[in-house]
Design a protein around this ligand. Structure first.
Ligand code: BJ8
Length: 425
């Protein structure tokens, strides 16, 4: 890392000692998990670079934007409508919350029996180790689950926070509430940035974000091929990076990768032998650098071919209609689109069950692994219904409950080996 970055980190109030330890650990893990893979697409070099420089150029870009008077808006959930942020020339950035490193820091304040994603994100702020958090002018939280909702109250004592109320049902009453939240969010973002959301700006922002969704859809489509042309680890990384990299650059790089990966499909070239068991992972999101389950599965001889999660299909499957119109009409389209995300915080949430079965068929999987972050009650309870639906469909399922630590890796490996043995063709 260059001296310039150290000055920038220091100006941002980063705890440099802790931060050095984090970056050194990340670089070692990345080498072991990512760079050890064979036959990777050349297009992954860009994403390797982005991770290698994770707190460098991108933070510098955001900081420059802030120095020029622009605003940076940080988020933790795919429910926050980023089109509105782009429409006022602010930059949204999805925060990482996938490392064990910040968990013990958070546990100094939060209860231990809180999910790792919540603790990891809070620990980043408390420990002053994330330059993205430090660069942001506002963190936007949501009421998706109780743990997050209450954590945001505490986080607000350390950083400006706005919480959007996400309803728990999809009735007309709930839709009205959510539309009101989206309109209120627009007003807060306008006030923060000093810019008005106009119909033209919102239409442009919608097209831009949709373009990224289309690029990710294109990448995921290639994973339906047999043999699969890209590893699950690499595909997950692309999605994770798209949460914080510049959107136009990301679209371009994902499409470059897709050109290459589609040629692989045409040539029948895969990253794993064609008899490799194909697995769909469904459940909690995997924020960067949470690569634990993918790594265990793929080093045990499986191919992860799809993620039904918010760092997978739930992030990009639905587009916002691009038919323009007034700001009010576009906000309604945005509100409707976001309410199609089938998070386990909804009751009932039958659409997610339908999605899992549909994706299992489309991606020709041999089995599903349900991924549950420990202490996440919404996904844990919903797993009961997932299990019943998949049993009815004759699709094998393995339920995993874990956190970010390495303590259970041996046990997970043993369970995954047994599962793969069972589903192997
Ligand atoms: S839309 S999945 S990104 S909330 S794992 S913090 S639910 S206790 S992450 Fe999520 Fe938005 Fe839903 Fe998606 Fe709580 Fe569960 Fe932790 Fe979770």
């Amino acid at each position: 890392m260059t001296t310039d970055y150290r000055k920038m980190w220091s100006d941002l109030g980063i705890d440099l000692k802790q931060h050095d330890t984090l970056l050194n650990a990340l670089s070692l893990i990345y080498e072991e998990i990512y760079l050890s893979q064979r036959n990777r697409p050349k297009g992954m070099e860009f994403f390797d670079f982005v991770v290698g420089d994770i707190h460098g150029i991108r933070v510098q870009e955001l900081r420059q934007h802030a120095i020029n008077g622009g605003k940076v808006v940080a988020t933790y959930c795919v429910f926050v409508p980023e089109e509105i942020v782009w429409a006022v020339d602010a930059i949204p950035v999805g925060l990482c919350a996938g490392t064990q490193f910040s968990v013990p820091i958070a546990e100094e304040v939060l209860p231990r029996n809180t999910c790792a994603l919540i603790k990891s994100s809070f620990g980043f702020k408390l420990g002053r180790i994330c330059p993205y958090v430090q660069t942001s002018h506002l963190i936007v939280g949501e009421t998706t689950c109780d743990g997050k909702k209450k954590m945001f109250e505490i986080l607000a004592q350390y950083h400006p926070v706005h919480v959007m109320e996400v309803p728990n049902k999809k009735t007309q009453l709930s839709r009205d509430l959510w539309l009101g939240e989206v309109i209120a969010f627009k007003e807060i973002i306008e006030k923060l940035s000093g810019n008005k959301v106009t119909a033209d700006k919102l239409a442009q922002a919608t097209k831009l974000v949709n373009e990224r969704r289309r690029a990710l859809q294109r990448l995921y489509n290639t994973r339906k091929a047999q043999p699969v042309p890209i590893s699950g680890k690499d595909a997950l990384l692309v999605t994770q990076v798209s949460f914080y990299d510049d959107v136009a650059r990301c679209i371009q790089q994902v499409n470059v990768l897709c050109d290459e990966v589609e040629s692989r499909v045409a040539a029948g070239d895969g990253v794993f032998p064609s008899n490799t068991p194909r697995v769909l992972i469904s459940g909690s999101p995997m924020a960067i650098p949470n690569w634990k389950l993918h790594h265990i599965l793929e080093t045990a001889g499986a191919a992860v071919v799809c993620e039904e999660s918010c760092t997978g299909t739930r992030y990009f499957s639905d587009l916002v209609p691009e038919d323009g119109g007034t700001v009010e009409k576009q906000l309604k389209n945005i509100a409707d689109r976001y309410l199609q995300i089938h998070c386990a915080c909804f009751t009932p949430n039958e659409e997610r069950l339908d999605d899992i079965v549909k994706l299992a068929r489309e991606y020709q999987v041999d089995g599903v692994v349900h991924y549950n972050l420990q202490f996440c009650h919404t996904y844990a309870n919903e797993a009961v219904k997932v299990e019943r639906v998949l049993a009815k469909e004759g699709i094998p399922l393995l339920r995993i409950e874990t956190d970010y630590s390495d303590e259970d890796v041996g046990q997970l490996r043993a369970r995954i080996d047994a599962f793969l043995e069972m589903i192997r063709r």
